[in-house]
Design a protein around this ligand. Structure first.
Ligand SMILES: Nc1ncnc2c1ncn2[C@@H]1O[C@H](COP(=O)(O)OP(=O)(O)OP(=O)(O)O)[C@@H](O)[C@H]1O
Length: 614
């Protein structure tokens, strides 16, 4: 058994670097911060004007001073308006750029996780929703308030210049509101997480119910499923409402406290005026500046649920990217010819610990180009898991898989994907034309190659039977195609581009006799052109063209060798499967298909008395 090489250093991940996204948007956020310096300074226009009017204009009774001051103020307010508008526009564009930078990276990372069996199929969509959430907050007032936050001490400093006691009062007022926002943050986090989890559960169930609507109706499950969905929605709503109540309460108290503190500041100012320690202008200016100083705190408290949701989204994205190794460019290796070597392969359920969770153990076999291997075994023996490992979806926990001498992850994923033809057990097609589906969405595909693949799969005539032939549009569920038709299209897709390694998982489960014969012909032709073919199956009919057979039992190889030997050792009535002439040198299974007493042998009749038999 060969253990994987330990990596000398932790592999770089997509989250390396401090920011979830790259530069670009970061520069725009810096511009927002710089513009915020000027907008915050210009916020002092009103209070300073008031101070001048009260203390200079009224005392000097100078109309000329009033006109000059008023003209200046009008100009400064125009500048303020323009800068504030520009700031919001730049922030929104920074958010959009941030989303563009992150979208593909996050989607790729989430897709990488979603290929594993057992992983949530909704992960990629959920991750892009998280990116959208981050983008939306950048256009919101609470986001801009975060840029005003650092300027709170400036306003308090200006108040302190008017009178130190007023400065002290303003400082304490800011601390009181900051304390309130801290409590708000603590209290709302758990509630926000519960709401999000409840919404996700309801959404996932809703999506599943809509995809499986027909099946659910037929099984009489629709009512019960809708009941569950409604219950999840109700729960999500009640979580959201209690969250809203709590943050709404904080927000209302913060606003009331702020208004009260402004009045208290006015009262304190008036008291200082009575003691001749402050001018009337200073009294009013201090109260207005305090209002400006506390406004961002007030806004942040009010918009905290949004900030909290964005922070949680960012944490999820960071965790996703941190768990995803960065894709390093791979050296383009020579096109593989189909030499396959599997040594000591073990597969493990993702997340399993200790000695548990092994789905396959110690699987070893090899194949030359032009050979076909049938992988047989009971339900749950590990056939599909082995198929997923061979096509590079399920990474080995132990051991290795080499194609033409190179480990699968030595290949560039695109090159590897083109060298492999995979027909999964559960076929799904993409929304688009049959041509696009057969061509694996390759924009450079030629009609000749698409038709050649369809002909090789015996799907050409089937496609002509459809309303628009190769241009028939199907939806993501393959709408309008029968199971057998979908399987033939998927076989054509697997054969597209003449891959060196074909992995066909239960390729004839939905095929009629003609389809099965076409499949066997396709396997024979693939072997003849030098491809290696592996067929996972329950049905003897699918291994007629196989040179070798590997039988799996509970994740272990219990027999491996030439087809006749393995079938004779591990099945009852192997003669019925192999057909007349079995046991003679070079005898091949009956071309007409395996038969038992004249009847086709649908499944392998295992010889349960002879354990293993290898
Ligand atoms: N992600 C997973 N989480 C938990 N168990 C898993 C996971 N993937 C596979 N298994 C388990 O691994 C075992 C092998 O499954 P696999 O689908 O490979 O069997 P199979 O031989 O292809 O069966 P069938 O012929 O019914 O398709 C099963 O017991 C299955 O439950």
């Amino acid at each position: 058994m060969i253990a994987p090489q330990p990596h000398p250093q932790p592999l770089p991940t997509l989250a390396d670097g401090t920011s979830v996204a790259d530069g670009g948007s970061g520069r725009l956020f810096v511009v927002v911060a710089v513009v915020s310096i000027f907008t915050n300074l210009l916020m002092l226009t009103g209070p300073v004007f008031m101070l001048q009017v009260y203390d200079r204009v009224l005392s000097s009774r100078s109309e000329a001073t009033l006109v000059v001051l008023f003209t200046l103020v009008a100009f400064l307010y125009v500048v303020f308006g323009l800068l504030d508008h520009a700031r919001a526009r730049i922030a929104a564009r920074a958010g959009a750029r941030y989303q563009l930078q992150l979208d593909a990276k996050v989607f790729r990372a989430a897709l990488g996780r979603a290929v594993l069996r057992g992983a949530s199929r909704h992960l990629p969509m959920r991750a892009t929703q998280d990116v959208a959430l981050l983008q939306q907050i950048t256009g919101s007032p609470v986001f801009l308030a975060l840029f005003d936050f650092p300027w709170v001490p400036l306003f308090i400093g200006v108040i302190a210049l008017l009178h130190p006691l007023l400065g002290l009062f303003a400082g304490l007022a800011a601390l009181a509101l900051a304390g309130l926002s801290l409590v708000n943050m603590q209290r709302s986090r758990a509630r926000q997480e519960n709401t999000f989890a409840a919404q996700q559960r309801a959404e996932a169930l809703g999506r599943q119910i809509s995809v499986e609507a027909g099946q659910m109706r037929a099984l009489g499950m629709q009512g019960a499923a809708l009941g569950r969905w409604a219950e999840l929605r109700r729960h999500a709503l009640s979580e959201a409402i209690s969250g809203n109540d709590s943050s709404g309460g904080f927000s209302a108290s913060a606003r009331a406290i702020r208004l009260f503190l402004q009045s208290a500041m006015l009262a304190l100012g008036a008291w200082l005026v009575l003691r001749s320690e402050l001018s009337a202008g200073g009294m009013i200016a201090a109260s207005i500046i305090l209002g400006r100083a506390l406004a961002p705190l007030d806004q942040v408290i009010g918009g905290w649920p949004q900030v909290q949701a964005a922070r949680a989204a960012r944490a999820r994205l960071r965790a996703l990217l941190a768990a995803t190794p960065a894709e390093t460019p791979r050296t383009k290796l020579p096109q593989p010819k189909g030499h396959l070597a599997v040594k000591g392969l073990a597969l493990r359920i993702p997340g399993a610990e200790g000695n548990s969770g092994f789905v396959l153990r110690d699987v070893t076999f090899g194949m030359r180009p032009g050979q076909a291997l049938g992988v047989i075994g009971d339900s749950g023996a590990g056939k599909s898991s082995l198929a997923e490992a061979l096509v590079g979806i399920w990474p080995p926990a132990l051991g290795e898989i080499r194609l033409d001498g190179a480990l699968l992850d030595h290949y560039d994923p695109v090159q590897l994907g083109r060298a492999i033809g995979y027909l999964p057990q559960r076929v799904s097609l993409f929304a688009g034309s049959l041509r696009d589906n057969i061509a694996r969405l390759d924009p450079a595909a030629t009609d000749e190659n698409v038709i050649a693949a369809a002909q090789a799969a015996g799907a050409h005539e089937v496609i002509f039977g459809l309303p628009n032939g190769y241009d028939t549009i199907i939806d993501a569920e393959g709408g309008g195609l029968s199971g057998g038709q979908m399987q033939r299209i998927a076989l054509a897709r697997a054969l597209y581009g003449d891959p060196a390694l074909l992995v066909l998982d239960e390729p004839n489960s939905d095929l009629d006799d003609a389809g099965s014969r076409a499949l066997n012909l396709a396997i024979r032709n693939a072997k003849a052109r030098g491809a290696s073919v592996i067929i996972m199956t329950h049905r003897p009919g699918a291994i007629l063209e196989c040179d070798l057979v590997l039988r799996l039992k509970a994740g272990r190889v219990v027999a491996l060798g030439p087809m006749e030997d393995v079938l004779r050792k591990t099945t009852r009535n192997s003669g019925a499967i192999l057909g007349p002439g079995a046991g003679q040198e070079g005898a091949a299974p009956s071309a007409a298909g395996p038969a038992q007493g004249g009847q086709p042998v649908a499944r392998f009749p295992w010889d349960t008395d002879r354990k293993g038999g290898a």
